[in-house]
Design a protein around this ligand. Structure first.
Ligand code: ZN
Length: 542
């Protein structure tokens, strides 16, 4: 055998051995997520450096939206601000999508693949909090605040999109980038309407992103629930509550009996369910028998049939309460809905490979000091600060689902191959939907987490743009595995409309005071600077 042939045979054998070895080391990746395309790798490196060069841009977005702190369906400043940034950067922006004034879909580019980048933008009632201060100290007592961290996700997506757009333009790569708002996510109020309006019909892949205390992604059915959010209203008759109470019929009595009934029934529901309510109208004043009253329920379960079942029990209970009190139950109003989430295997594997390249941010002593101080303040059993190690493996399907939270990204995930990239902008061990979750959200912790997330997002976008086979494989999983036996049926009914009036009164009440604290990046480097907060601010004993 001539030397050249021996060399060729050896090379072939080595390549074969390397492939075998790679398969052994990472059997789950199937060669899908890793790529041996040197051009792609070079462009990914360039995207990472580009994201790194935009840290001031990302930080300003995070801080600006933190300072707006707008509740669901009232994200007026936030969407105007984001749409302006996107227009300035060459995106065309379709505003008021699906009949929701504070929702938009921005588009740049042309052709396939169509990649839709989404993230939530709304905040939490009563979560006003000074950032960087390790105890409860509201900026404005009773005001809303970013106690979920939804001020940061758009910065992840927009930073990544601009880095990738620059490369696509120069390299003449076909593809369309969409950026859309997770409007009123805390009300699970918009995404089912986006689907109904056909906004994801031509989308190939949805890359969603959500704040976390880790850099991670997952695939398959997720732990947690879907839900329907329903308001029941009752109509009675007023009367003088002291001189002629027998002439009145109290709608509030019906609400109270419905709630009492639900709380008895709760014992006999599946352990995975979650249900909760608030009374949104409890009458006017005690001496007038309440003519109207309303109660707002979230019915959560782990799959569509069980959500429908809970909803039916709720309807029956409302009728029962009306019968008991001699009032009328009005047609129920759906205020929001969410399907349980199911994420795409191929896109998750692709993202996971990029997560490992990026790794967790390098935290400063100050970052860790803030995290530990807050964990101590909350009397957490674990007070070891921010994560410094990525989890060892990609999270796959959840087999035993004990219930938990919901996100209407579930609806998108049953229509288009979707994943949620989680990025480390918050502190481990917090209660959620709380002032404590706002503390890190306009500090270097949030800023570094966003930059890490944007690097991953940019690399994954390049994978999808330059390796069309990934999109095909993602759809194969979507069609042949995910939706083989389960078909999407919206929880919203034909007559339901987005509940865009919600939170208006609260924002009208607080906005004038909140305006005084809007971030002004032309005068201050960071929001902490503007507020004059020393970072980190911790108690001496912490
Ligand atoms: Zn959220």
């Amino acid at each position: 055998m001539p030397i050249r042939s021996i060399a060729a045979a050896l090379t072939a054998f080595m390549t074969f051995a390397t492939v075998l070895l790679a398969q052994k080391v990472a059997p789950k990746l199937d060669g899908k997520a890793s790529s041996s395309n040197p051009r792609l790798e070079t462009l990914k490196q360039e995207a990472v450096s580009d994201v790194e060069s935009r840290t001031v841009f990302s930080q300003q977005m995070v801080d600006q939206i933190f300072s707006y702190a707008e509740l669901g369906f009232q994200e007026i400043e936030t969407t105007r601000y984001l749409a302006d940034i996107l227009k300035t950067n060459g995106f065309s922006v379709q505003e008021g999508i699906a009949g929701i004034p504070t929702a938009f879909m921005a588009t740049w580019g042309s052709g396939k693949p169509v990649i839709a980048l989404g993230s939530d933008i709304d905040c939490i009632p009563q979560a006003s909090q000074k950032p960087g201060v390790a105890w409860h100290e509201p900026m404005i007592e009773g005001a809303p605040g970013h106690g979920e961290g939804h001020n940061s996700g758009q910065a992840v997506n927009i930073t990544a999109a601009l880095a990738v757009k620059k490369i696509m333009e120069r390299e003449h790569l076909p593809g369309t980038l969409r950026i859309w708002t997770g409007t009123a996510e805390e009300l699970v109020g918009s995404k089912a309407y986006f689907i109904r309006a056909g906004l994801f019909k031509d989308v190939d892949i949805a890359l969603f992103t959500h704040v976390d205390n880790d850099l991670t992604v997952s695939w398959g059915p997720r732990e947690g629930t879907g839900l329907v959010s329903v308001q029941y209203s009752f109509l009675g008759e007023t009367a003088h509550a002291a001189s002629a109470p027998w002439r009145g019929r109290s709608a509030l009595d019906a609400v109270e009996l419905m709630d009492a009934g639900w709380n008895f029934r709760r014992e006999h529901l599946r352990l995975s369910q979650r249900s909760h309510y608030v009374i949104t109208d409890g009458g006017d004043q005690p001496n007038v028998v309440p003519r109207t009253a309303s109660v707002w329920y979230y019915f959560r379960e782990t799959d569509y049939p069980h959500i429908k079942e809970l909803w039916q029990i709720g309807d029956d209970m409302a009728k029962g309460a009306a019968l008991m009190t001699g009032v009328q139950v009005l047609p129920d109003k759906v205020l929001g809905s969410a399907w349980p989430q199911h994420f795409n295997k191929v896109v998750a594997e692709t993202t996971w490979a990029n997560i490992q390249k990026v790794g967790l941010p390098k935290w400063s002593e100050g970052d860790q000091a803030l995290a530990v101080a807050l964990q101590k303040e909350l009397k957490n059993p674990k007070t070891d600060g921010l994560r410094t190690k990525l989890s060892e493996k990609l999270q796959g399907p959840v087999t035993e689902n004990n219930g938990g939270g919901s996100d209407d990204i579930g609806d998108i995930s049953w229509n288009v191959p979707t994943v949620t990239l989680r990025y480390p902008s918050n502190i481990p061990g917090l209660p959620g939907h709380n002032w404590a979750n706002a503390i890190s959200m306009a500090t270097p912790i949030a800023h570094k987490g966003v930059t890490a997330g944007a690097k991953v997002q940019a690399m994954t976008m390049l994978d999808l743009v330059m390796r069309p086979e990934l999109v095909d494989q993602a759809w194969a999983y979507f069609r042949d595995v995910q939706t083989k036996d389960t078909k999407y049926e919206p929880l919203i009914r034909a007559q339901d409309q987005p509940a865009i009036w919600l939170n208006k009164a609260t924002m009208d009440k607080f906005r004038p005071e909140m305006k005084k604290y809007y971030y002004d990046p032309s005068r201050f480097k960071t929001y902490l600077d503007q507020l004059g907060i020393k970072y980190p601010t911790v108690k001496a004993s912490q």
